[in-house]
Design a protein around this ligand. Structure first.
Ligand code: SF4
Ligand code: SF4
Ligand code: FES
Length: 246
């Protein structure tokens, strides 16, 4: 019997870049984004479209920070030596809250009836920002609930167009299952029904889990974990990253 090949994983380079976030000294490795380095240093920068392991899209702007007086998306902007980053300051926090409010009014979100409630990143961000009534008028757009193959469905009323599904859900032979149509306000996610039906059980579950909101849903398992025992019912978003200032 052939011996299985073992490839030694290259050790990650030591963090040699010194920079700061809101005055806190941080260390980072070359090539890291501000968002990645912040996480490694126990600092939570709110984000939505970013997802570990997926190429960043820089589309939601919730992770906006200020570097050298200019606004940058922390999920795409690389750290550099001596950089000073502003993040948890009132105007940026209010801008993030405004983006979350905008996402609520641009869709139709009724949390008490939503299968994702308690696991939803948009809802968890709204709690973090103590959002009560959005400052923008509700648009009540007409959107549909659509079949997405044999295992999934898409609740378009809740889609925040983060593109995580388009970036990260592929078939075994590397075909994209999800994509987007149109641009800006008219942008809409679509799914290839044949490819979605061919997804394994594990990947169908992954598609649902990667969607930050309750848009991609597994048929028949929506309330498998009771509300009250879900991720953000236990601890607020970001609390797994944040370390208290020493
Ligand atoms: S997707 Fe999130 S914010 Fe929207 S209704 Fe569901 S729980 Fe609420
Ligand atoms: S379906 Fe979900 S993952 Fe895909 S773009 Fe919409 S919110 Fe993002
Ligand atoms: S998380 Fe950075 S732009 Fe969305």
């Amino acid at each position: 019997m052939n011996k299985p090949k073992t490839t030694k994983a290259k050790p990650a380079p030591a963090p040699g870049i010194k920079f700061s976030i809101d005055g806190r000294e941080c260390l980072a490795r070359a090539g890291q984004t501000i968002l990645e380095a912040a996480k490694d240093n126990g600092i939570y920068i709110p984000s939505l479209c970013a997802y570990d392991g997926l190429k960043p899209a820089g589309s939601c702007r919730i992770c906006t920070v200020r570097v050298g007086g200019r606004h940058q998306a922390a999920c795409t902007f690389p750290v550099s030596d001596g950089m000073s980053v502003e993040s948890a300051v009132p105007d940026l926090e209010d801008m993030r809250k405004a983006v979350v409010e905008m996402l609520f009014v641009e869709g139709n979100h009724m949390c008490p009836t939503c299968e994702k409630s308690g696991n939803c990143e948009l809802q968890a961000l709204a709690y973090r920002f103590q959002m009560l009534v959005p400052r923008f008028p509700y648009l009540f757009p007409k959107k549909d609930v659509e079949p997405a193959g044999t295992k999934l469905l898409m609740e378009q009323n809740r889609c925040v167009k983060c593109l995580r599904c388009a970036r990260g859900i592929r078939t075994a032979d590397n075909k994209a299952v999800f994509g987007s149509l149109h641009r800006s306000r008219k942008k809409k996610m679509f799914v290839d029904l044949g490819l979605a039906s061919a997804l394994s059980e594990r990947w169908a579950r992954t598609a649902m889990d990667r969607c930050p909101v309750g848009c991609i849903l597994r048929k028949e398992v929506g309330f498998a974990v009771p509300i009250g025992r879900r991720k953000y019912d236990q601890a607020p978003i970001g609390s797994d990253i944040e370390k208290p200032r020493s």
